[in-house]
Ligand binder design. Structure first.
Ligand code: PDD
Length: 289
């Protein structure tokens, strides 16, 4: 049985789910998106994702075509219709159809919303999957990376190059400082201190990153919110990246240079474990309701 997608009010077989060739998302990348993790059929930290969606929409002067409560209803429905146990829920909102491919906003834009799920392991990962290799490449993106824009060509090309070089993720850099991963936030550990770039327009404010930083505070771990250079990353004792689809992913090499002893570091594994417990709390909440 094929998956079910949601397109502008309709639940459709994924093979029949279509948008217009004049959709501004397709023509201009004029839209924003979210990806949230799902375990045991439950969305992880969904309210934080929806808050970021609202912020992204506001930044591009676009209104959500349905209320947040309705959106949450649709999210739950699509998880149920697809019997999604573990994976991710993707959703995007674009500025809808353009009449004549005019760049300016249409007079009365009708936003278009699309949602579908991806079945994949994000929680129950075996040890051999928790060993990411990273490649660094220049950050070629625009300057508003805090907006979760669907225009992802720079990341597509960078991640493809990393993939062709046998790596799992790219860490992009600007002026020799790492900005973030192709689809994740980057962290290193040096002298037992966690180092990660400050949130501003140069990176996406990762929802997983926010949660990890709260856990770091709760555990009274040392944290330095500042950019780090590629050279510093090469000499770090541990490194990892975070996202809704990988949680906390240990990095074992950067540009072929082995990090620590070439195995996931102890602090990284501790943070992954803490984040997993945090993620499980959403399942417990649901079961208790
Ligand atoms: N990407 N930075 C970038 C550029 C990202 O694309 C992502 C997520 C993150 C991590 O954000 P979060 O913790 O909220 O997932 C950071 C998603 C997973 C994607 O594009 O598939």
């Amino acid at each position: 049985m094929s998956d079910i997608a949601y397109v502008n009010g309709k639940f459709l077989d994924i093979n029949d789910a279509k948008v217009s060739v004049k959709d501004r998302g397709l023509l201009f990348g004029d839209g924003v998106y979210e990806v949230a993790g799902v375990i045991e059929g439950v969305l992880i930290d969904n309210l934080a994702h929806l808050k970021r969606l609202e912020r992204s929409l506001h930044s591009i002067e676009l209104e959500l075509p349905l209320t947040i409560n309705k959106l949450i209803e649709v999210q739950k429905e699509i998880i149920m219709l697809n019997s999604l146990k573990e994976g991710t829920l993707y959703l995007h909102v674009t500025r809808g159809e353009s009449q004549n491919r005019e760049f300016e906003f249409p007079e009365a834009p009708r936003a278009s919303i699309v949602m579908f799920v991806q079945h994949k392991k994000i929680f129950h990962l075996t040890q051999d999957k928790l060993r990411a290799k990273v490649m660094t490449l220049p950050d070629l993106r625009w300057k508003r990376r805090d907006i979760k824009s669907i225009a992802l060509l720079a990341q597509v090309l960078a991640k493809q190059t990393a993939h062709q070089n046998g790596c799992d993720e790219v860490w992009m850099y600007e002026d020799n400082f790492v900005t973030e991963g192709g689809s994740s936030n980057a962290f290193i550990i040096k002298d037992n201190k966690l180092i990660s770039r400050k949130n501003n327009e140069t990176i996406l404010s990762g929802i997983t990153r926010q949660a990890v930083l709260k856990l770091v505070q709760q555990e009274s771990l040392l944290f330095d919110e500042r950019p780090f250079t590629i050279e510093e990353a090469y000499h770090s004792s541990e490194a990892f990246y975070t996202s809704a689809s990988v949680f906390v992913m240990p990095v074992i090499s950067i540009d072929g240079k082995i990090i620590g002893d070439g195995n996931p570091g102890p602090l990284t594994l501790k943070l992954r474990n803490l984040y997993e417990n945090f993620a499980k709390s959403f399942i417990n909440q649901k079961n208790n309701n």
